[in-house]
Design a protein around this ligand. Sequence first.
Ligand code: C2O
Ligand code: CU
Ligand code: CU
Length: 477
Amino acid sequence: KVYNDYFFDEPVFDLHDGGYIPLEKVDIPDQPLNIPAALKPDKVDGNDVYYTITAQAGETQILPGKKTKTWGYSTSLLGQTVVFKQGVHYHIHLVNELPEVTTFHWHGLNVTGPIVDGGPHAPVYPGGSRDIDFTLDQPAQTDWLHPHPCPNTARQVWNGLAAAVVVTDDEEAKLPFPRNYGVDDIPVILQDRTYHDNQLDYKKDYDVDGTLGKYALVNGTINGVFDVTTQRVRLRILNGSDRREWRLHFDDDHEFTQIASDGGTLPEPVRFTKLMLTCAERAEVIVDFGDKKPGDVVTLMSDDTPIMKFKIGNYTREDVKLPEHLTTINAPEVTPGLPVTKTVMSGMDDQVRLDGKLFDMQRIDRRQKIGDTVLWDVVNTNDMDGGMIHPFHMHGCQFLVISRNGKDVYPNEHGWKDTVGVNAGETVRIAVQFTKFGVYMYHCHILEHEDTGMMAQIEAYDPDHKHEYHLISMDEM
Ligand code: C2O
Ligand code: CU
Ligand code: CU
């Protein structure tokens, strides 16, 4: 079966939003698509691998003419791709060369909060550094690194901070997926920006309901072209936008197959011609260009705007059929006797609230015992007409999506997720389990909503180990 549907409720697509800015086709020549370099370790010592990641300012040639002042992780824009392997112990030296405080948040990594996971309680001051270490203990997936300082996350991401994180493992390595980084396995980081005399101006473009830009960038490239040299290409698509929803399809309605969601491999491949991603969601897809010949060009679109091109070159034919069953999701059993946790995303613009409240860095809003599996009903109380989709994200875990308004989840939501788009007027039921004690954020991933305060924190606790957390206040940021 091939799906031809975005699944989400069309009346709440962002194009109906008051401040909606449509993407524009940009009248500049095509450019080679930027493929972020893979970050090299400083040192490998048996099972211990050492990295340094520097948040830095720089300049990037984005438009013809003047370079754009941008921020990036160990590069001038976005970031070098961080590759992790399951089971390895990582030691990471985080350096802040920016003129302001930032944090290094590992979106999707199952590492302890609130320090290692890099939420707002883990500031790295200008000129300063922080060292973290953890053992990577989750399956292969595509995650990302982005700043999380309260309340400046949106602006710092807008300025350029966002890196792809690729987790590998031995099970995924046996599946017939392309995995030659930069050749047939590439990140596709989707963002939108507006430039003023070739520069970013976050204040000018700011929208309290989520800042939008009129130009589409893929990996920081406008009108990017990727040279296809293999029959199949694996795209690790990440919606790294502050606010925009991407409705992806090819100009010729070429089919593609999703093999992984936020938290890794899907139980079964899902074939479709349309894919919508809300903020922070990831989808790994394989595109088989076997019906194309050298010289053909296939354009990836969002709504009606071309965002990048695939230029087909000479490739060796291969005849790979994906198995019908890719992996088994070991769904934990819901712990009997526990009530369903209800959490409510309400409002729009400066009225956004989580459970009726604004974020307070020193308030723990909920507690959940580690090891328990609890159902959460995530409610978006927005109106079906005039409301919006709020993408709900949790730190410190990957969850399973159980139902949408009591009905089936979308066909590509049968794997692990850490971010789920919740339609206006919808209740999405998820099953949540924490395995590591700590304090974790959960929030709307429209970054301006998060910065406004549509965020809360949960303590995942271990009854046998009492733990005191020093929760800093906004002034200490
Ligand atoms: Cu992607 Cu709390 O973040
Ligand atoms: Cu996160
Ligand atoms: Cu929101």
